[in-house]
Write a protein that binds this ligand. Sequence first.
Ligand code: SF4
Length: 459
Amino acid sequence: MLLRHTTSEVKEREGLTINPAKTCQPIGAMYAALGIHGCLPHSHGSQGCCSYHRSTLTRHYKEPVMAGTSSFTEGASVFGGQANLLQAIETIFSVYDPDIIAVHSTCLSETIGDDLQQITKKAKDDGKIPEGKYVIYASTPSFIGSHITGYANMVAGMAEQFTVSTGEKKDQVNIVAGWMEPSDMREIKRVAKELGVKIVLFPDTSDVLDAPQTGKHEFYPKGGVTIDELKSTGDSKSTLALGYVSAEPAAIALDKKCKVPFETIEMPIGLSATDRFIVALSKAGQVSVPAEITAERGRLVDVMADMEQYLYGKKVALFGDPDHLVPLTEFLLDLNMKPVHIISGTPGMKFEKRMQEILERAPYANFKNGLNADMFLLHQWIKNEPVDLLIGNTYGKYIARDEDIPFVRYGFPILDRVGHSYFPSVGYTGGLRLLEKILTALLDRQDRDALEEKFELVM
Ligand code: SF4
């Protein structure tokens, strides 16, 4: 009983979060920055923050994650970190030679009031940014929001600070990736290619955080959206933002700056959300849906129908990030399962609204997001109404163990399994993988608990 102190009695709390269902803003900013080719993320704060962010990403991706830090000491903490950041920019370009440095702030530098826009401008004016190189920035105070907010802020920073409109439209569609795995980004590109739509996907961490073993270390792996591609997004026909929380702010910034019209849809997780994605992308690219994509859909629908008896009415608790939870909940409903408890530590009005719309199909569900929507509350809800399945990141394993619930790992971070970087969860193919994981967890449990006379070879 690892969580033996969790009581079943739920009390109203305001000033206390216990085991948050989120992590801190700069982790998201660092992850997004790694999706630009030749980019070195830089953490403007203390070394401890940077180590934590790097190690969380490294543990999730099982890949070395490089980042610089302004290494605040007592002096910078009192008088501000401008001198540290200017020095860091100079040193990083001369020693590590990135194409671009993506600076994000931390709680400490935000509390002091360091102005990253002013400091990076000074770096440029002082000649510390070599010709053809770039420094972008995002404000990521971790005392508000979550890793998702930080991701959204950095991706919006890319759009605000990079895009240019030459006045000549290109036959391409921008896709702003919400927070998803490198495998998912690779899958989005594959599907777009299958449809015959030229896209610019940003950020793009495929071939960065799932890079193959080649026997030699590459400081800047071959993946990532290039600076030229990023700049060209200002000339694209339109933008598709995949996620209201993590992707839409970048699409809005792009529209404001370069008048690129955008549409926001959910990340294509599960059947219905993938249907919307395929329709939106085929419309944006003015193409019809090829037979192969229709066949992929058909395979997913076939397994859904074949295995319905094992899914029907099963109660599920899930926690994680907004742009995952909305389509995932919808997918569970499409599978005739019952999402009964849903928690996210990330705040957001649009998220709440979309979730309420989806939950019209599940009026019995408990849903809470924001500061007090924590793992403790989720555990209490489960104690009061037990579930057949738990879906969420690695931190859910404590609840799963204590309550003896089948557990499917999904989301960020996953620190104790592999696979998420390599096998997509988006699109019809990704939906099939998700469904397989759900079914395996449920059927393993059925096998485990079956009486000898009911133990079946064929299920
Ligand atoms: S919450 Fe703030 S202080 Fe803590 S690691 Fe994140 S940025 Fe640093």
